[in-house]
Design a protein around this ligand. Structure first.
Ligand code: ASP
Length: 327
């Protein structure tokens, strides 16, 4: 059996966007399922699904990415293959349509793991990735509102930003993921994001960092979403794989890792994972996380949702009063 699981970002999906988010995840699931059905491997499947979500303005990745405090979009992405531990990532990449495809090119065509900023853009252009403007009018309007909120009273997501901008006015100026197990049992993970809204220029999140927001090895494949700084401080994706290697199921490993985050750095994260036996976990500490899953056996079984059952003993955080938090 082959399986693919997707997330369209943890956060605070407003109810009026739930239907559209699930429909978009269905389309991305189609792309991943088609890749597996035509004999593609797990990497082909996760990249196909993530590229599809990068084209969907509802999600904070590719077109529709969050805009930074300087008014520009800088995107992060990563892809990793579990059987060989090959991995490629891009960070602070501007003006390409599919950052995850550039991440795959880093993995397959360079000797490096992570390429960022201007260098990543030059590599992308050299490899034939065309110029693309990922900004959407919706995101620009949301950005303007959010900058106003920040100016007026501060922002719950960025408690230090108002003070920083007051001291340094010169600084002025949301994520999708997939994990898959293919028919041969190989695992892969891919994640792509515009990062957090109003981020500082040059800020890199958890998404492109192997072991933090993205990880795949022989035991498990994991993609994270949520406040990247928390995920980076705990190497959450790698922690899930270590727990699976020590005998936990994917779900036990994900729950234990979310508990660990809550105990140590704070709970504001969603994780999807698949283990070597095809067990899946889809969990989040945030109020919502759009997700989708397909299992390919004789028939294809599919499901999508915007929340999952809270894990035992873990109170879900109440929604923050945050208008632009449909990451
Ligand atoms: N984890 C991403 C980041 O911090 C954001 C997200 O998942 O929405 O860059």
């Amino acid at each position: 059996m082959a399986t693919i699981v997707l997330h369209g970002g943890a956060g605070n999906w407003p109810p009026e966007k739930h239907t559209a988010a699930r429909a978009a995840l269905e389309r991305a699931l189609d792309a991943g399922v088609a890749a597996l059905a035509r004999g593609g491997n797990a990497v082909d499947a996760v990249v196909a699904a993530v590229e599809d979500m990068e084209d969907e303005p509802l999600f904070n990745a590719g077109t529709g990415s969050s805009i930074g405090i300087d008014g520009r979009i800088e995107m992060d992405a990563c892809v990793m293959r579990g059987d060989t531990l090959e991995v490629g990532g891009v960070c602070n990449l501007q003006r390409v349509r599919h950052p995850v495809a550039v991440a795959r090119a880093v993995m397959e065509q360079t000797d490096h793991v992570l390429v960022g900023g201007e260098g990543a853009l030059r590599l992308a252009r050299a490899l034939g990735f065309a110029d693309w403007d990922p900004e959407t009018p919706d995101k620009r309007a949301g950005w303007q509102d959010r900058v106003r909120t920040l100016d007026e009273g501060g922002d719950a997501w960025l408690p230090r930003m108002k003070a920083l901008l007051e001291r340094h006015p010169e600084l002025r100026r949301g994520t999708v993921g997939a994990v898959a197990r293919d028919h041969e049992g190989r695992l892969a993970a891919a994640t792509s994001t515009g990062g957090v809204a109003l981020k500082l220029p040059g800020r890199i999140g958890d998404t492109p960092l192997p072991g933090a927001g993205t990880w795949a090895d022989a035991h498990a494949a994991i993609s994270a979403t949520g406040r990247g700084e928390l995920v980076m401080r705990t190497l959450a994706a790698r922690r899930v794989a270590e727990r699976v290697a020590s005998g936990s199921s994917a779900d036990e490993a994900v729950c234990a890792t979310l508990d660990e985050l809550a105990r140590t750095v704070g709970a504001d994260t969603g994780l999807i994972a698949i283990d070597r036996n095809g067990n899946v976990s889809i969990r989040h500490d945030t109020p919502t996380m759009a997700w989708a899953r397909a299992d390919l056996e004789d028939a294809i079984r599919r499901s999508t949702g915007v929340v999952t059952a809270p894990r035992r003993g873990a109170p879900r955080r109440p929604p923050l009063d945050d208008p632009d938090d449909a990451r």
